[in-house]
Design a protein around this ligand. Structure first.
Ligand SMILES: Cc1cc2nc3c(=O)[nH]c(=O)nc-3n(C[C@H](O)[C@H](O)[C@H](O)COP(=O)(O)OP(=O)(O)OC[C@H]3O[C@@H](n4cnc5c(N)ncnc54)[C@H](O)[C@@H]3O)c2cc1C
Length: 479
């Protein structure tokens, strides 16, 4: 596999057959990495694979570091934009409220960038790399049922396909999830907000003087409205290499429902978008777009199981941990899943260890994804606060932090850095591959000694906790 050296031995034999249900970011990244780890992978995707979303994916360092390790860095660099800061603005007046600067020192210590990339561009890149690695793709192939004990999937056209491991990467409305999780996998509460994707060509924006700065600045701008928020960033269209402005609006659902789908574009609806709650610049920006794509969301409690007791079916991506749409970590968590699973399945374990490796995957991923699910919703609600005392306290806090944010990393007070960065650094500094290495250091020799799945090892693996990283470690590293 491309990328830096791995401090664990690599599998030489024991090739497994994987079927991946769903060919979006989680499915294709898993397929690519598992094929590179020496397995035979087939992706079954219900669509024709031609849908190219222009929506912007925020790609934090914990994600871009893994893309670099896979050797995808140069391909990503061609179609991405490097973020320099997050700017918080009052939605109605457009006045600056606060700033979060991605200081060079911090980013150097993290040894990865925070990038913006279009969903379609990232997806196309993974498909190309996966095809070159030998992954087989079957499009227009909808999976309608899974037999977890036999390791068989059945397609709408009646084909039955067998694998050693079935990977459910089929998103919010996963058909594989209830097989693994049970009826709980279908339960949830409709989110109180709907997330809307809007793409604006920058050549139209350049015709308006007040929109020009947005066409050049690599900042992520967030307009904090009354019970709603809009945010936007620059992306590169991978086909034309033209810049586009990717807007997301979080609006109250007010009893309306929106499907958990990414493909239902419709004409702009200003009333629904609460456009009058935003400054004239945002109104002008959004009106330049022809259409909008709303995505609903069902909030689930984290699922107890991601692996079926047969040891033959596993969940990844939104099927395993449905995150709020258009957050900062949807693609990142999927790619961490792919790195974790593929690194585990590159270990020199026997085929009989498959259930153990799957349960290690579940253990390594569940706490991190549950924490991210919660923090993403919290952050979204923070930027969408309705007018009132809480919103005023938030704005006061952002204004107070703003001046300190502009100070150099070394000059900033420890207290400010800790308050502001601790949660981000826990997210950004995590290295999914290192977490597997740590797990292997702890349990590898016991696994190599055992010829069969050993329940003692399995129970030990269940007690494993991934390491947590804190701001102090990073500050030390950055000096
Ligand atoms: C077309 C599309 C456009 C998107 N655009 C954006 C965007 O602009 N911004 C953003 O932040 N996120 C976008 N997303 C969501 C984003 O991909 C996810 O949030 C996350 O990055 C990875 O999720 P995933 O691969 O687990 O699930 P998803 O991306 O939801 O993909 C699930 C895949 O499984 C397929 N599938 C579902 N059921 C079956 C079945 N029974 N048989 C076979 N295949 C099945 C679906 O067609 C889909 O390709 C988009 C997703 C899709 C599918």
């Amino acid at each position: 596999m491309p990328g830096g050296p791995l401090n664990i031995p690599r599998r030489k034999s024991q090739m497994l057959r994987f079927i991946v249900v769903g060919g979006s970011i989680a499915g294709v990244s898993c397929a690519y990495a598992l094929q590179e780890a020496g397995h035979q992978v087939m992706v079954l995707e219900q669509s024709d694979g031609r849908q190219k979303s222009h929506g912007g994916i925020r790609s934090p360092p914990n994600m871009t570091r893994l893309l670099d390790q896979w050797g995808l860095g140069p391909a990503v660099a061609r179609v991405s934009i490097k973020a320099n800061r997050f700017t918080f603005l009052d939605g109605k007046s457009g006045q600056d409220l606060g700033l979060l600067v991605l200081h060079d020192k911090l980013m150097n210590a993290l040894s990865a960038d925070f990038l913006y990339i279009q969903h379609g561009g990232l997806h196309a890149m993974f498909v190309e790399f996966a095809k070159n690695a030998g992954v087989q793709f079957r499009y227009n192939t909808e999976v309608v049922s899974v037999d977890p004990w036999a390791g068989v999937v059945t397609t709408r056209k009646g084909a039955k396909l067998t694998a050693d491991v079935i990977v459910g990467a089929d998103g919010y409305n996963s058909i594989v999830r209830p097989v693994v999780v049970g009826p709980e996998g279908l339960k949830g509460i409709s989110d109180k907000r709907i997330s809307v994707n809007i793409t604006v060509p920058t050549d139209l924006m350049r015709q308006h003087q007040d929109l020009v700065p947005l066409t050049v600045s690599p900042e992520w701008s967030l307009w904090l409205g009354d019970d709603c928020a809009t945010h936007g960033l620059l992306t590169v269209n991978p086909q034309t290499l033209q810049k586009e402005y990717s807007v997301v609006m979080h609006v109250p659902s007010e009893g309306k429902s929106a499907q958990e789908s990414w493909t239902r574009a419709q004409p702009l609806d200003e009333k629904f978008l609460k456009l009058d709650r935003f400054e004239p610049r945002v109104q002008k920006l959004v009106r330049l777009a022809k259409s909008m794509t709303p995505t609903g969301y069902t909030v689930h409690s984290p699922f107890d199981n991601w692996v079926h007791e047969s040891g033959k079916v596993v969940l990844v991506g939104e099927a395993a941990h449905p995150l709020m749409p258009n957050g900062s970590h949807n693609a990142a968590m999927s790619i961490e899943d792919a790195m974790t699973l593929s690194t585990l399945f590159s270990l020199p374990a026997a085929k009989s260890h498959t259930p153990l490796l799957l349960s290690a995957y579940e253990e390594l991923r569940q706490p991190r994804c549950a924490a991210t699910q919660a923090s993403e919703l919290r952050k979204r609600d923070f930027v969408c606060l309705p007018r009132g005392p809480e919103q005023q306290a938030r704005d006061g806090g952002l204004r107070a932090a703003s001046k300190r944010a502009l100070l150099d990393w070394d000059e900033a007070k420890e207290e400010y850095l800790r308050e502001t960065w601790e949660e981000y650094i826990d997210l950004f500094a995590f290295d999914a591959r290192e977490a597997v290495e740590d797990w292997w250091t702890k349990w590898g020799s016991a696994i190599l000694r055992s010829r069969m799945t050993d329940p003692r090892i399995e129970s030990a693996a269940r007690k494993f906790e991934p390491p947590r990283m804190v701001v102090d470690v990073l500050r030390e590293g950055g000096r």
